[in-house]
Design a protein around this ligand. Structure first.
Ligand code: FAD
Length: 246
């Protein structure tokens, strides 16, 4: 497949101790839908290349020019690509990107039904694009984001999510902690099971479209619970962040 474009790193900020958001300028970027991803290709001086997929965290704002996208990358120990993007890539550096890619795990602002977003770890990235796109489009569908993290220090976009939860019309944000919770939190620490899911998600009869993203095991466990609880499988869309690339 062709379609590689040069992308310049124009901004970088830490999300957590092991994750970083990179802002990339891609000349002629055609725009994207919330939920889509790009392939990122790195080329070594000897010509060796490595390609990996990364979801787009930003929403496309055509009115603002729109040739910049953000990706958020979690460092995988011993990985080929993620340690470079998290530790090494600097403003002014160039990489190549191909995209936007993906046509199923996308949300369109015209969708009228309630939106249920369930993310585990870095799986929150494409869901953040949906939250941002929802506001940008002035969409009316109510949105719930359930974000499962190990501990409070692992939360991406912490300040922005706190602000949006207070200010963005129709948005509700809930956290689930699998190892350590803040002292003020009133839930039970542990993996998302049926009881926790039903507490923090739309009821079945609200007929939401649900987007589940994260590590493969997380996505499969959550999707199974949702089906068991009676949600229509045709309205459950999943994206697995397993190993990718070449
Ligand atoms: C559609 C899609 C979207 C994605 N979006 C994001 C994103 O927004 N942010 C993000 O951080 N990642 C995302 N990923 C995962 C990403 O593509 C890479 O797989 C990840 O960054 C690891 O690449 P690496 O080169 O560092 O590790 P590799 O060199 O590929 O792998 C090193 C070792 O780690 C294991 N490994 C590889 N990937 C993972 C993983 N995800 N979790 C645990 N172990 C792994 C491998 O099996 C191997 O043993 C996405 C994947 C897909 C398929």
């Amino acid at each position: 497949m062709s379609g590689w474009q040069r992308a310049t790193v124009v901004g970088a900020r830490a999300e957590t101790a092991s994750a970083r958001t990179l802002r990339l300028q891609v000349e002629g970027w055609p725009g994207h839908l919330p939920g889509q991803h790009v392939d990122v290709r790195l080329t070594a001086p000897d010509g060796y290349t490595a390609t990996r997929s990364y979801s787009i965290a930003s929403a496309f704002d055509g009115a603002a020019g729109g040739d910049e996208i953000e990706i958020s990358v979690e460092e995988v120990a011993d990985g080929e690509v993620s340690p470079y993007l998290v530790q090494v890539a600097a403003v002014g550096d160039a990489v190549e990107v191909r995209g936007p890619l993906g046509g199923w795990f996308v949300w369109r602002a015209a969708q009228p039904e309630p939106l249920q977003l369930i993310g585990g770890g870095s799986g929150v990235v494409p869901l953040m694009s949906m939250v941002r796109g929802h506001e940008l489009a002035g969409a009316r569908a109510p949105v719930r984001l359930l974000y499962s993290v190990r501990d409070p220090a692992s939360v991406y976009y912490r300040d922005e999510l706190t602000r949006r939860a207070a200010e963005q019309p129709g948005l509700q944000v809930d956290f689930a902690y699998t190892r350590t919770a803040p002292p003020s939190w009133d839930g039970v620490v542990g993996r998302l099971d049926g009881a926790r899911l039903s507490r923090w998600t739309w009821p079945v009869d609200a007929e939401p479209t649900t987007y589940v993203c994260g590590p493969t095991g997380f996505v499969e466990a959550v999707a199974d619970e949702l089906v068991r609880a009676g949600y229509d499988p045709r309205r459950i869309r999943t994206e697995r962040f397993g190993p990718s690339g070449s």
